[in-house]
Design a protein around this ligand. Structure first.
Ligand code: BG6
Length: 477
């Protein structure tokens, strides 16, 4: 068998994309609650108030808040060993700044975790998944404010203590490297104080962005250290959006441009979080961009002391990079790149590259030599609900099968792979566009882009396929 005994098969979600109940039981607004719907052509917008003539997809999402028991039962039926989900910071601290946590919010995650445990499903919790409390955006310009470090620590201390007997695996920040890219202003850093407009038009200031990212590094390291000292049973992970870059040609200029893209987009954050210090190449980048990171006494030490135990990442696609400007661009997850003539793309323009997954798994493991987990992967596609109620998503099965085959190769290559949680195991709201039409799930949810739908859940063909994959520990693809 290629995959080890106890391999963590499962699925992944994020609170703001599935829970709904955005203002129920004391929850405060987070950045996604201020984001309207959009499409590939018309980017979603962020507004400073919720406007009555706009639709905000996170407000109801797929209402996991009231359907969690039914949904986890379906995950159990597929045989999930692990369920990756996030805790909404604003359920626990509605503005991020309260003294005391919101008991109702804590109770909700007690119920979710207990429901997982009932079926022997291991929770894998993302502490912050693109869900910055909006009050912190307005007060501190998001993570640009160093104050957020302590507020995040307080939130972590509360959830660690509350769930210490039920949860082992924690990820400090989803796709922390979003902060290396302009898209990170809205998604992960919340550096959008007073801004309303499309998520593509946010004024980007790399000086602010990298300072905010530094605060996230310190926050992550502090809570990792705290967890290691107080809860030795915990396993603490990072999480990177890995968008593999290949040189567009064998021209040495393209090779160097691609190496640079790999470093600053993919390696930089994990070099800090796994090795415990800023890598040398970052200093040249900062110099050229006139970025001076303000570090306080103790920051460098804490980065060393708070290194993670395992490395996790999302993988959907790859791009090519050339030194010269190129008009033949492909869309992508957080970044754009040159098209690769050897690859096909999804309807949303994300290039499908299963072998790229084997390639990055090897690169990651060679570099860090700690256990690795693929915590997001999948195909966003439109599904058709047939008259008989079935959903024949062969394209999704094909995508996932090819990626699992390549994970198998990577394991044969020697990579210590812990598990696999495909993204959006149940249909949910798209992070980039706010659409429901861009579906990833094994489970179809009757919910549409205009907000209509019964919220009924239906099993897709991929549901039955994935169940067999898990049953056979990845042998029956
Ligand atoms: C990852 C995010 O970047 O990609 C998820 O962690 C997101 O939150 C996923 O949903 C897929 O992207 P999208 O835009 O298709 O939802």
């Amino acid at each position: 068998m290629s995959f080890k005994q106890g391999f963590l098969w499962g699925g992944a979600t994020a609170a703001n994309q599935l829970e709904g109940a955005w203002n129920i039981d004391g929850k405060g607004p987070a950045v996604p609650d201020m984001c309207t719907n959009g499409t590939k052509e018309f980017p979603k917008r962020i507004t400073t108030e919720t406007l009555s003539d706009c639709y905000y997809p996170s407000h109801e999402a797929i209402d996991f808040y009231h359907h969690y028991a039914e949904d986890i039962k379906l995950f159990a039926e597929m045989g999930f060993k692990v369920f990756r989900f996030s805790i909404a910071w604003t359920r626990i601290f509605p503005t991020g700044m309260e003294e005391k946590p919101n008991e109702k919010g804590l109770e909700f995650y007690d119920k979710v975790i207990d429901e997982c445990r009932k079926y022997g499903i291991e929770p894998l919790i993302t502490i912050s998944h693109y869900e910055m409390p909006y009050a912190l955006v307005q007060k501190y310009n998001g993570w640009y404010g160093r104050e957020c470090i302590e507020l995040y620590e307080k939130y972590c201390h509360v959830i660690f203590e509350r769930y210490k007997h039920k949860v082992v695996y924690w990820l400090t920040f989803n796709e922390i490297n979003a902060g290396t890219m302009p898209m990170g202003n809205v998604l992960s850093l919340g550096t959008v104080k007073d801004y309303s407009g499309t998520i593509m038009d946010v004024k980007d200031d790399p000086k602010i962005r990298f300072q905010a990212l530094h605060h996230q590094f310190v926050a992550s390291a502090r809570v990792v250290k705290y967890a290691h000292e107080n809860y030795p049973q915990f396993k603490m992970g990072n999480m990177i959006c890995f968008v593999t870059s290949y040189p567009a040609t064998c021209n040495p200029d393209d090779i160097l441009a691609s190496q640079n893209a790999m470093r600053m987009s993919n390696w930089f954050c994990s070099d800090v979080q796994v090795r415990g210090y800023y890598p040398e190449y970052a200093f040249r980048f900062f110099k050229e961009k006139d970025i001076n990171i303000k570090m306080e006494d103790g920051d460098e030490e804490i980065l060393k002391e708070g290194v993670v135990d395992f490395y996790t990442f999302s993988y959907y696609m790859s791009i090519c990079t050339s030194a010269a400007p190129n008009k033949n661009m492909t869309a992508g997850n957080l970044v754009f790149g040159n098209k690769n003539p050897y690859l096909e793309a999804s309807e949303w323009g994300w290039q499908i590259d299963p072998k790229g997954l084997r390639y990055v798994l090897n690169e990651i493991y060679d570099r860090y030599h700690i256990p690795v987990m693929v915590v997001e992967n999948g195909l966003g596609a439109r599904d058709t609900l047939e008259e008989d109620g079935s959903i024949k998503d062969v394209y999704r099965i094909d995508y996932l099968r090819k990626h699992i085959e390549q994970m198998k190769e990577a394991v044969e290559d020697g990579v210590d792979l812990m598990g696999y949680t495909p993204w959006g195991c149940i249909d949910l709201v798209s992070a980039s566009t706010g659409e429901m039409a861009k579906r990833y799930g094994f489970i179809y949810v009757d919910k549409y882009d205009d907000g209509t739908g019964t919220l009924e859940r239906k099993k897709k063909d991929s549901f039955y396929w994935y169940k067999k994959v898990i049953e056979s520990n990845g042998e029956n693809l």
